[in-house]
Design a protein around this ligand. Structure first.
Ligand code: NAD
Length: 481
């Protein structure tokens, strides 16, 4: 591993106590560039080592993570203030590494067929198609799932034969030293996977040093990264914010739909990109649905004082708490009714948003139009499919959505008109559970190829063609008559 700089460092706040209790090393632009050139040199052997060897290294990495499992869970729990999700994050990471080691090996086994010379449209020229991995892929990740989102694009990139440099969020970096210990147990992987810590300036230096960038974060930062990538002519896969909508048709099972929507809007205290942030409910079932939802949401408890008891963790980032506060104040001032919750409480120095359901919300409210990233759900009524679709499509975001209906054809008809990359039908946020289906972000929610499904691997290759003449003179050569 590259030696982490001892100076300067950034003081990190604990989301449960509000206290600054951790120091994170900050990599300078020169240090990032030095890590990048080392990774580039070492990538050549990695790419040549073959898919089976790369998969074996990844599987050893999964075992090494299992060996530090409890320390890693503790570190992420400190970073995020939540326990159950930290367990899922570590176990999900191990599962994802194993899945990619197997799936990518199978996909790459099929690939040599493309290397066989084949005839082209010109009888005397044969062609060979080669997939060349990018030498160095950069990953920049956010704070809401610090481990999972730092590595999610690393597995396919490493399996493709790329080297990878990761810059995690400066809000949640405690997991990094523990992860690096696991990584050090697999020496060949340390040659091609390194972590640089720091804030935005380190992120900018990383973009300047790589051949392809995978960015997960806000629309505002994503736009800056896209501009920098465009100026450098490197590709950018951007996974950005969302404002996912639920469309609940009159034929939906009210009690089951309320349970599903409660989970998808409140889990992780709403701090997921695919968190439900708006619900549109057919007028004829609006009242019974809202009553069922409020009953579910009001029963949720903060994981305080015991991190292992309850369902709702703290707001991780102070900057996000300020956005949530602004959205709540704006909504209430414009006439929204708070049916349950509605406040950010201070418990033990941390900031805790109450699980909240709002009605009488309108499109001009920030809480309906902008990403809130909180356990807050505004619920609004619609009349007829056309209006539901118009409302669901009314924000700048296009990440994912869900439709509930007793009529599956109606649900699919609505899904086909939603401007989003994935639609869960008769459940919500299924992209958190199923990773096999390719999906791309629409509108401001992102740019680039699918991070899910087999297509994900293709993002890390450029196509190179060998065009081989059999020695016959070209019909295009100059004639000398
Ligand atoms: P953010 O955009 O503030 O920061 C993300 C990362 O970018 C951090 O590591 C940060 O240090 C880095 N960064 C900041 N300025 C930079 C610059 N100029 N150049 C390069 N890097 C820079 O996002 P956040 O607040 O950490 O995360 C929350 C956001 O992430 C939400 O909008 C959420 O929806 C989004 N998100 C999206 C997905 C998805 O898959 N679509 C998944 C999770 C989170």
């Amino acid at each position: 591993m590259a030696d982490a700089p001892s100076e300067p460092s950034l003081a990190i706040r604990n989301p449960r106590t509000g206290l600054v209790d951790h120091d994170m090393p900050v990599f300078s632009a020169d240090q990032v560039a030095a890590v990048a050139s080392q990774l580039r040199r070492q990538q050549v052997a990695w790419a040549a080592s073959g898919a089976a060897a790369r998969a074996a290294s990844l599987l050893r990495f999964a075992d090494a993570i299992v060996a530090v499992r409890s320390e890693l869970i503790d570190a992420i729990a400190q970073d995020t203030g939540r326990y159950a999700e930290s367990v899922m994050e570590v176990d999900g990471t191990v599962g994802a590494i194993k899945r990619w080691a197997v799936d990518a090996t199978a996909l790459l086994r099929a690939a040599p067929a493309s290397h066989v010379a084949r005839a082209s449209s010109m009888p005397h020229i044969s062609v060979e198609q080669h997939a060349r991995p990018f030498a160095l892929v950069g990953i920049i990740s956010p704070w809401n799932f610090p481990l999972l989102l730092s590595l999610i694009d690393a597995y396919p990139a490493l399996m493709a034969g790329c080297a990878v440099m990761v810059k995690p969020s400066e809000v949640t970096p405690r997991f990094v030293p523990v992860l690096e210990r696991a990584l050090n147990a697999v020496p060949e992987l340390t040659q091609v996977l390194q972590i640089v810590t720091g804030a935005g300036a380190t992120g900018g230096a990383l973009v300047a040093s790589v051949d392809l960038i995978c960015f997960t974060g806000s629309v505002a930062t994503g736009r800056k990264v896209a501009v920098q990538a465009a100026q450098a002519f490197i590709g950018a896969h951007l996974e950005l914010g969302g404002k996912d909508a639920a469309v609940v048709c009159a034929s939906a099972d009210i009690a089951r739909t309320a349970r599903s929507i409660c989970w998808a809007s409140m889990v992780n205290a709403g701090q997921s990109c695919m968190s439900l942030e708006r619900a549109y409910v057919e007028q004829s079932i609006f009242e019974p649905f809202v009553a069922a939802l409020v009953k579910e949401v009001a029963a949720l408890k903060h994981c305080w004082p015991d991190i292992r008891v309850g369902q709702i963790g703290p707001v991780i980032s102070v900057a996000q708490a300020q956005i949530i506060e602004r959205h709540l104040v704006d909504a209430v001032a414009k006439g929204a009714k708070v049916l349950t919750g509605g406040q950010i409480k201070v418990l033990g120095g941390g900031l805790w948003c109450e699980p909240t359901v709002l009605t009488h919300t309108t499109a001009d409210m920030a809480i309906v139009a902008e990403e809130t990233f909180a356990p807050i759900l505004p619920v609004m009524a619609f009349e007829g499919e056309a209006q539901a679709i118009e409302l669901a499509n009314s924000t700048e975001f296009g990440l994912s959505a869900c439709v509930f209906s007793g009529d599956i054809e109606q649900a699919k008809r609505i899904a086909s008109q939603l401007e989003v990359g994935a639609v869960s039908i008769n459940d919500a946020s299924l992209t958190a559970l199923v990773h096999d289906a390719a999906k791309q972000s629409f509108k401001s929610s992102g740019l680039g190829g699918s991070r899910m499904g087999a297509a994900s691997l293709q993002r890390f290759y450029r196509q190179q063609a060998y065009l081989v003449s059999n020695g016959t003179d070209s019909p295009w050569w100059f004639r000398r008559s």
